[in-house]
Design a binder for this molecule. Structure first.
Ligand code: NAP
Length: 293
C-alpha cells in the first residue's frame, strides 16, 4: 500500500509556482493577486480562508482578504463582487462558501466574472470543463486529478465509483475521470444517497472517490483488494481531549481499508492540501491569461 501524500505533492506544486512567480517578478511583470471574500465568522471557513491567504504570501502572490459581517445583505455582497470584477489588479477571487442563509449563493456565484472565477464554480467554467475545453477546473477535483497523475495511478479502463454528486466534488470528478487523457479514461459510476446497495458497486470498484462527509462510511468489507481510495471527506468530530476540541476525519475507515488498498489518501494530508495548491495554480493561470490578453 502506498500513501497518496497530498501534503508532499502540494508542497512540490507550491515550490514550482514559487519559481514561476519569482521569474515573473524578475521580468518586472505583475505577480498573481488572489482575493477572498468571507462573509460571517464560520469557524471552518475562517480556517480555510486563513490558510489560503497564508499560502499566497508564502509563494509570493499578492492577496486580499475581504471579511464582511454576517449581516451583509445580498445586495452589498453583489456590489463587492462587481467591484472585484472591475478591479484590474485582481487576477482571481473566491467567495468562500457556505454563505449566510439570507444570501442566494447561486446568484452570487453567477455574478463572478468567469475570467476571475479561480474556484471554477461559474456555469461557463463548469460547462467548458464538461466539454473538454481549457478552463478553471474547480480546485478539489483538479487536485484529485493531479494527485493521480503525479503518482502515475493507472485509471485507464478502470472502474471508478464516486460517492456523492455535489457540484463542487462528486459531479465534476465523475466527468473528469470519464474524459480522455491521463488520470482519466475511466468507466465511472456516480452514486448518491438514493443509490441502492452502494456496497455492491464499491465491491466492483478499482478506484473509489468518496465525497459524502460521513465519517467511517467506507469500510473494509465494502472494497476489494488492490483498490485505490481517494477520501475527500472532511468532518470535524468533537473531542475534548484534543487541543482544538475536535479532530478531523474523512469518510473512510482508514485503519482497515488501507490494509486492502494499493493507494490511499490520508485525512488530513490527502486531498485537502491539494485543493489549496490547485487554487493557487488556477490563480497563476489567471495571471498568465491576463498577461496575454
Ligand atoms: P455535499 O454537497 O453535502 O454532498 C454530499 C453528497 O453525498 C450528496 O450527493 C449526497 O447525496 C451524498 N450522500 C450523503 N449521504 C450519503 C449516503 N449515506 N450514501 C451515499 N451518498 C450519500 O458535500 P460536498 O460539498 O461534496 O462535500 C463532501 C465532503 O467532502 C464533506 O465532508 C466536505 O467537507 C468534504 N470536502 C473536502 C474538500 C477538500 O478539500 N478535501 C473540498 C470540498 C468538500 P444526495 O445528493 O442524494 O443528497
Amino acid at each position: 500500500m502506498e500513501i497518496l501524500d497530498g501534503k508532499k505533492i502540494s508542497n512540490q506544486i507550491k515550490e514550482e509556482i514559487t519559481v514561476e512567480v519569482a521569474q515573473m517578478r524578475d521580468r518586472g511583470e505583475k505577480v498573481p493577486h488572489l482575493a477572498a471574500v468571507l462573509v460571517g465568522n464560520d469557524g471552518a471557513s475562517l480556517t480555510y480562508v486563513g490558510s489560503k491567504v497564508r499560502s499566497c504570501k508564502k509563494i509570493g502572490f499578492e492577496s486580499t482578504l475581504i471579511h464582511l459581517p454576517e449581516e451583509t445583505t445580498e445586495e452589498e455582497l453583489l456590489k463587492q463582487v462587481a467591484e472585484l470584477n472591475a478591479n484590474p489588479d485582481i487576477d482571481g477571487y473566491i467567495v468562500q462558501l457556505p454563505l449566510p442563509k439570507h444570501i442566494d449563493e447561486e446568484k452570487v456565484l453567477m455574478a463572478v466574472d468567469p475570467d476571475k472565477d479561480v474556484d471554477g464554480f461559474h456555469p461557463t467554467n463548469f460547462g467548458k470543463m464538461a466539454l473538454d475545453m481549457e478552463t478553471f477546473i474547480s480546485a478539489t477535483p483538479f487536485g484529485i486529478m493531479e494527485l493521480l497523475r503525479r503518482y502515475n495511478v493507472e485509471t485507464s479502463g478502470k472502474h471508478t465509483v464516486v460517492i456523492g454528486r455535489s457540484h463542487i466534488v462528486g459531479r465534476p470528478i465523475s466527468i473528469l475521470m470519464s474524459q480522455k487523457g491521463k488520470a482519466a479514461d475511466s468507466t465511472v459510476t456516480l452514486t448518491h444517497s438514493r443509490t441502492k446497495d452502494i456496497k455492491s458497486l464499491t465491491l466492483q470498484a478499482d478506484i473509489i472517490v468518496s465525497a459524502l462527509g460521513v465519517p467511517n462510511f467506507l469500510k473494509a468489507d465494502m472494497v476489494k483488494d488492490g483498490v485505490v481510495i481517494i477520501d475527500v471527506g472532511i468532518t470535524r468530530v468533537s473531542d475534548e481531549s484534543k487541543e482544538k476540541g475536535y479532530y478531523i476525519t474523512g469518510d473512510v475507515d482508514f485503519e482497515n481499508v488501507s490494509q486492502k488498498a494499493s493507494y490511499i489518501t490520508p485525512v488530513p494530508g490527502g486531498v485537502g492540501p491539494m485543493t489549496i495548491a490547485m487554487l493557487l495554480k488556477n490563480t497563476l493561470l489567471a495571471r498568465e491569461r491576463h498577461n496575454k490578453a
